[in-house]
Design a protein around this ligand. Structure first.
Ligand SMILES: Cc1cc2nc3c(=O)[nH]c(=O)nc-3n(C[C@H](O)[C@H](O)[C@H](O)COP(=O)(O)OP(=O)(O)OC[C@H]3O[C@@H](n4cnc5c(N)ncnc54)[C@H](O)[C@@H]3O)c2cc1C
Length: 111
């Protein structure tokens, strides 16, 4: 049982998967990215925000950064997390455009 992980109102016990090396938790970066850093076919860009994926017809051919730089790629693997991956896809024209409607759930306070 790990006290850090139970919801305040929950009861019960379950097993959870933790990434642990030598008895200590390690981040996704330390577990996966750092060992891959020396690869000659890997370029890591920090402080670079992806705006959208670029397409040639139905094929992803690169991406555009928030700074406006366009980067060509033979293959695009989108892994911006559970929240930002769908947001990037929406900005790229994939999925319902109505999802981009800022304030669509706005409701006036009851008076
Ligand atoms: C507190 C916590 C503890 C966890 N512990 C474990 C564990 O011990 N073991 C385990 O297996 N899983 C664990 N998980 C789950 C695990 O972290 C996730 O499943 C995993 O990180 C998902 O990987 P991902 O690459 O899909 O997304 P993420 O790790 O979320 O990576 C997405 C990356 O994309 C970047 N990004 C987002 N938007 C943009 C953009 N527009 N442009 C450029 N970059 C962008 C983000 O900065 C981020 O670096 C834990 C999760 C949490 C929240």
């Amino acid at each position: 049982v790990c006290d850090d992980y139970h919801a305040p109102a929950a009861t019960g016990v379950s097993r959870i998967a933790l990434t642990i090396r030598d008895g200590r938790r390690v981040s996704t970066n330390d577990a996966y990215l750092e060992p891959a850093r020396p690869r000659v076919n890997l370029e890591i860009r920090g402080d670079t925000l992806v705006d959208r994926v670029l397409f040639d017809g139905r094929r992803a051919v690169g991406l555009r950064t928030a700074a406006g730089e366009e980067i060509e790629a033979g293959e695009v693997i989108l892994s911006a997390g559970a929240i930002h991956s769908p947001a990037i896809l929406l900005r790229s024209g994939i999925g319902p455009g109505s999802g981009l409607a800022v304030g669509s759930n706005l409701a006036d306070h009851a008076t």
